[in-house]
Design a protein around this ligand. Structure first.
Ligand code: FE2
Ligand code: FE2
Length: 288
């Protein structure tokens, strides 16, 4: 059989593949903003940077211990190389959402049941963390040694987290909640280094970031980027602690609660919270 040439392949591309997916941010402040966000707007986002979920149950304490343990080699290896640290951490941070979504997807198929509205959020989390990575990759390129380390860490982390999610999804989400608390600490230290002049607050912000977070392209700086990413981490902190609480309480289905909150509010808060304001829907819908 004659092998297809590149030109043949391009002619054969199914039309549906011409529709590319435009990644959507996770925070409503960014999705809904009618104007590009500048430093002041990003600083106004209330992320509660110091929020810490006190470990109560044994599962919480185990999760907290795991995260504190993971922090030690990270601090030792990267010290104050914040951008390199961010690249490495984001390669790890983008894993749990995909694992959680996979396990819940399989469970939904196996039990012939709706997933209760979690899968989309978990996939969205994984995509958002991958966008953090794609952004940092345009700011700094990891060296060969770091790339090797990334591959080794991914093999270990993916499989360990997958096993943990199978055994105790509650602990797995709590681990992510605490990982995100640590991510906020790291990005806050990053901001401090920029503010005291140890890291240059460059205006060389990649286009992918300006587009994704709707940043002001004339004024965007590295500091704005860190503020935007730290705000995303706060969302993941809150959602993952919430997911762990839901499993603990045996009340996993999100749908009834969401419906109750939006009752009598047709088209108002419900649409707003779902990121479906006219402008947002127009901007973030699938585009060609
Ligand atoms: Fe991240
Ligand atoms: Fe994160």
């Amino acid at each position: 059989m004659k092998s297809a040439s590149t030109t043949d392949l391009l002619h054969q591309i199914p039309e549906d593949l011409l529709y590319t997916h435009h990644p959507k941010p996770v925070r409503h402040e960014i999705i809904e903003s009618k104007t590009p966000l500048d430093t002041k707007a990003l600083e106004t986002i209330d992320i509660k940077a110091d929020l810490h979920r006190k470990p109560v149950t044994l599962s919480d304490k185990l999760a907290f211990f795991i995260v504190k343990l993971l922090r030690l080699p990270t601090d030792w290896f990267f010290k104050k190389k914040y951008i390199h640290r961010a690249v490495m951490l984001e390669t790890v941070a983008a894993v749990p959402g995909m694992v959680g979504a996979t396990v819940r997807h399989l469970r939904s198929l196996r039990k012939l049941q709706h997933d209760g509205g979690w899968i989309d959020h978990l996939l969205h989390e994984a995509e958002n963390e991958r966008m953090h990575l794609m952004t940092w990759m345009r700011v700094s390129q990891p060296n060969l040694w770091e790339r090797t380390l990334i591959t080794i860490v991914q093999g270990g982390f993916y499989n360990t987290f997958f096993l943990l999610y199978l055994l105790s999804p509650k602990t797995a989400h709590r681990v992510v909640g605490y990982l995100e608390e640590e991510a906020i600490v790291s990005y806050s230290s990053f901001l401090k280094e920029i503010d005291n002049g140890n890291i240059e607050n460059t205006k060389n912000v990649p286009d992918i970031a300006i587009d994704y977070w709707n940043l002001n392209k004339d004024t965007a700086t590295l500091r704005d980027l860190v503020l935007a990413i730290r705000a995303d981490e706060a969302t993941h902190r809150d959602t993952n602690h919430h997911f762990a609480d839901r499993i603990l309480l045996g009340h996993e289905d999100l749908r009834d609660d969401v419906e109750r909150i939006f009752k009598g509010d047709a088209g108002g808060k419900a649409n707003k919270m779902a990121g479906l304001t006219d402008e947002a829907a127009e901007k973030w819908k699938w585009n060609k």
